[in-house]
Design a protein around this ligand. Structure first.
Ligand code: AMP
Length: 269
């Protein structure tokens, strides 16, 4: 990387946890459009998982990932070990800002501190000019924008749109956990928030929309709905102003698998 810097090349970083799918590869494509060299990190970050979460069973496919990244013409793959990232002496961490306060933060209390810390480390290791993140993890994007702004990190974040299956299900490494029956139900998450976005545009009161959406997900077969929320798209604040772009965010369970998704919504005109 020092050679690239000396040669005046710009660098894009695409942080991932591996088990790569076409959503990740779309980020690599965006990275190539925005920098001379593309570094993809693969690191299943233990500090962003709670003890009861799926760290141990998180899907891993090193050979497949390397083949896909070679095909996508990434320039460098950075896949550090847990010991390299968190040696025994490691003791400093980043506390995520206000964007982490609720939604995912309410259900995964230390998740965004882990995300902010590992991203700060990756940014310092790779020194990218830009880093690409998916809108699939919309709140993560908001948290990382705050991280970069608040700590004056010298890089630009770029958001990439969510890549979906034909039936609307957002691609996710965690979709591999779904049984055939659960997979058949899963597209109802995107269908439900899409319908909610149409209701927002039609001027339906937010509480009616979120209550209906929650009931609809349960009827479709989701076993638990953590939230369906309509927020200010920039701040994720629950207090929204007329005319400001909105974002509908949802999280729901299919058995042991937790799915999240989100969609843009326009305020009623
Ligand atoms: P992960 O490996 O799940 O941590 O995701 C790594 C990056 O890929 C994050 O910036 C995600 O938001 C992004 N990503 C995950 N799924 C998708 C998708 N379906 N479309 C676009 N980006 C995605």
């Amino acid at each position: 990387m020092a050679d690239w810097r000396r040669a005046g090349k710009t660098i894009a970083l695409v942080p991932t946890m591996g088990a790569l799918h076409p959503g990740h590869i779309s980020l690599v494509r965006q990275a190539k459009e925005n920098a001379d060299k593309v570094v993809v990190s693969i690191f299943v970050n233990p500090t962003q998982f709670a003890p009861h979460e799926d760290l141990a069973r998180y899907p891993r496919d090193e050979a497949g990932d390397l083949a896909k990244l070679s095909e996508a013409e990434a320039d460098l793959v950075w896949s550090p070990s847990v010991d390299e990232m968190y040696p025994a002496v490691f003791s400093t961490s980043v506390k995520a800002g206000s964007a982490a306060a609720d939604l995912e933060g309410a259900f995964r209390p230390h998740h965004f501190d882990g995300v902010a810390t590992v991203c700060a480390k990756l940014f310092n290791q790779v020194t990218p000019d830009v880093a690409i993140f998916g809108e699939k993890d919309y709140q993560q994007l908001a948290v990382l924008r705050q991280l970069v702004d608040d700590l004056n990190m010298p890089l630009r974040l770029i958001a990439a749109p969510t890549v979906r299956e034909k039936d609307g299900l957002a691609l996710s490494s965690r979709n591999a956990y779904l049984s055939e029956k659960e997979r058949a139900i899963a597209p109802a998450l995107y269908a439900t928030i899409s319908e909610a976005a149409a209701q927002v545009a039609a001027g339906t009161p937010f509480t009616v929309i979120t209550t209906d959406a929650t009931a609809h997900l349960a009827e479709a077969g989701f076993t638990k709905v953590d939230y369906v929320e309509i927020r200010d798209a920039a701040t994720l604040s629950a207090v929204v102003s007329p005319g400001k772009p909105l974002r509908i965010l949802a999280a729901a369970w299919l058995g042991k698998t937790r799915l999240i998704d989100n969609i843009a919504a326009a305020s009623p005109s």
